[in-house]
Design a protein around this ligand. Structure first.
Ligand code: NCD
Ligand code: ZN
Length: 363
């Protein structure tokens, strides 16, 4: 079969996105709004988004930033529709969950085990403390998004996801079999098998970096901070399992970029932050992974179908087009007064989104 020159997709949805806050918001929002329809915006700000009121105020700031962001994204800006996740803590009350279930723009709670990742210090110290909140989520059908890694320092960092499934996720799902769960940013073959085989309402997001890179990329010619995220990249066999899952057509797997910008200064430093910035190139990156797996025909369901179905929202009626046209990933992207280095900066991607902003707006 000849290679297609163009791909038409329903406008994709990003079900795991970090937009940050304050002066960087215009840059982060416009980077996603150029190609994305709906997004589930992560609540790990400082302080974290723990109430419906805080989520609404944050959503308002996002929409204002969108309005004032670079004019090059303007044509698509009004298609960007952020949905919010609330940060689950040891103290989340039944009432907060009930209130969230009534707010149409709040879709989920996010479970960060305390200490697992960036700004997770307010996260859950012991899932046993969340019984009341989890009962209510199960009752109301509110989704729980999970950062699935144990924080036990005795567990090797490459094993923390697999151990989380055995120690935390399986017991949790026994206690709350009706709880709707998204296991976020899968990185291992064990997680893929678990999600494929588990009973009940469970799904998973997969990032572009975990589809395209294995852990060798962290050390290629030296330490590579811009490929460092959590959960950390794994071995090649895990990457292959993730590609097989994403391209299988199984509706439990869908797009969530986990685009997580940190300034260049906070990445290229001792004890640099975890997070890969992929938002401006996310669809081109997923297209690369799907084409390498000969599965371009499944890209639409993965990016624009399965996630909406899981979150019980209609699939988008808008479209985006990708052309087979080489583009260079920019060396840097504006980030408030600073800059952020995109994943795979300086390399070329074969697909380019037509009519969207694929070069950084001038700072
Ligand atoms: C995320 C961030 O920077 O907020 N970092 C990351 O490496 N993925 C947090 C997260 O999603 O774990
Ligand atoms: Zn994340």
């Amino acid at each position: 079969m000849s290679k297609p020159e163009e791909i038409v997709l329903r406008r994709p949805d990003d079900w795991h996105l970090h937009l940050r806050d304050g002066e960087v918001l215009g840059d982060t929002v416009s980077a996603s709004a150029a190609s994305i329809g709906r997004a589930l915006v992560m609540p790990n700000l400082q302080p974290p988004i723990v109430t419906v009121d805080m989520a609404h105020a944050y959503r308002d700031r996002i929409l204002i930033a969108l309005k004032h962001s670079a004019p090059s994204g303007a044509a698509t800006n009004n298609l960007f529709d952020p949905f919010m996740a609330l940060y689950l803590t040891d103290h989340t009350s039944r009432e907060t969950v009930a209130e969230a279930s009534r707010a149409h723009d709040v879709l989920a709670f996010k479970l960060y085990p305390a200490g697992a990742t960036t700004h997770s210090e307010h996260g859950v110290t012991d899932i046993g403390r969340c019984t009341e909140a989890l009962e209510e989520m199960e009752k109301q059908g509110v989704v729980l998004c999970i950062h699935g890694e144990v924080t036990d320092p005795a567990v090797d960092v490459f094993d923390r996801e697999a151990v989380f499934i055995d120690r935390v996720l399986i017991p949790l799902r026994k206690r709350f079999p009706g709880l709707r769960i998204v296991l976020e940013h899968l990185t291992t073959a064990q997680a893929v098998s678990y999600v494929e085989e588990a009973e009940g309402d469970i799904a998973a997001t997969i990032t572009p970096q975990h589809l395209l890179l294995n852990r060798n990329s962290l050390f290629e010619g030296g330490l590579r901070p811009h490929a460092y995220c959590l959960p950390v990249l794994k071995r090649e066999r895990h990457r292959q399992a993730l590609v097989a899952a994403a391209t299988s057509g199984n509706p439990r797997f869908f797009m969530g970029t986990d685009s997580a910008p940190h300034s260049q200064a906070r990445k290229e430093v001792d004890c640099g932050c975890a997070g890969c910035f992929t938002a401006p190139y996310a669809i081109a990156l997923y297209a690369k992974a799907f084409e390498e797996a000969n599965a371009l025909e499944r890209l639409d369901d993965f990016c624009s179908g399965h996630g909406a179905d899981f979150y019980q929202l209609p699939r988008s009626t808008e479209t985006v087009r990708l052309r087979r046209e080489s583009q260079l990933v920019a060396d840097q992207w504006p980030f408030g007064g600073q800059r952020v280095v995109p994943l795979l900066a300086g390399t070329r991607l074969e697909w380019t989104l037509i009519g969207s902003q694929s070069v950084p707006p001038s700072a």
